[in-house]
Ligand binder design. Structure first.
Ligand code: DC
Length: 229
């Protein structure tokens, strides 16, 4: 498939629906860039915690985004970012960031700031972007929209099997409870709640491998473009 016309592949869905694996694989197959939109919210959370801010205080967080410099660049076929010339690396996956990121992602000014950065990544060329609001808010006009879902029990099993021993979660039931809490937060928040975008193809991956999901996405892109898979 040629990469002449820049495409945006939007892949949304709840936590542990398989978005990261599927979006990375889709980007690789299409030769386009991978963008993890959640990492931007996590990066701002990392910076806020490092600066000793109260992440529940929206005013402090807004002042932070107004004074910091966040810039994106390409590294290993992914769009990455630095904040005030520092890259947070794996620290965006730490437990403190995990615990506070939903506060940060609920602030409308933060969302506007991240949405503008995410839109700007299209200047690098075609992108496959995963998130919660990519097809609804960030790129509502892209024809390539997918919504991945899976039964909560299956999502909890997948997430539990990926977790490190020191994650703090004792069993799959605890992961299930945490996922249900996040689902509730993600779908009921006022600013850009998780929703199925208009025109998105819904893929239930409960009984599917990541490869099978990617095949469906690629076949759909070919169908939309009128080319053979
Ligand atoms: O996908 P993730 O777990 O890395 O997302 C981290 C947080 O950011 C989570 O609270 C959901 C939120 N998020 C969002 O609100 N919008 C996005 N496009 C991506 C993530």
């Amino acid at each position: 498939m040629s990469d002449k016309a820049a495409r945006v592949i939007a892949i949304d869905g709840p936590s542990a629906s398989g978005k990261s694996t599927v979006t990375r694989m889709t980007a690789q197959k299409l030769g386009c860039l991978y963008v993890d939109s959640g990492s931007f919210y996590r990066g701002i959370t990392w910076k806020a915690l490092r600066d000793g801010l109260d992440t529940a205080d929206a005013e402090q967080v807004i002042a932070l985004i107004n004074r910091m410099e966040m810039t994106s660049h390409i590294q290993d076929k992914s769009v990455m970012f630095s904040i005030d010339n520092e890259e947070p690396g794996d620290q965006i996956r730490s437990q403190p960031v995990q615990e506070h990121v939903s506060d940060i992602a609920a602030v409308p000014e933060v969302r506007a700031f991240v949405v503008s950065m995410l839109r700007d990544t299209a200047r690098f060329g075609s992108v496959a972007m995963e998130g919660r609001d990519i097809g609804t808010v960030v790129f509502p006009d892209t024809p390539y929209k997918y919504y991945l879902d899976a039964d909560p029990e299956e999502r909890a099993r997948r997430r539990f099997s990926e977790l490190a021993d020191d994650s703090g979660y004792q069993n799959v039931e605890a992961v299930y409870a945490s996922l249900k809490r996040r689902d509730r937060k993600d779908t009921t928040r006022t600013a850009a709640p998780l929703q199925i975008a208009l025109g998105a193809k819904v893929i239930d991956s409960t009984a599917m491998t990541a490869e099978e999901v990617v095949d469906i996405i690629l076949a759909d892109i070919h169908r939309l473009e009128g080319t053979a898979a």
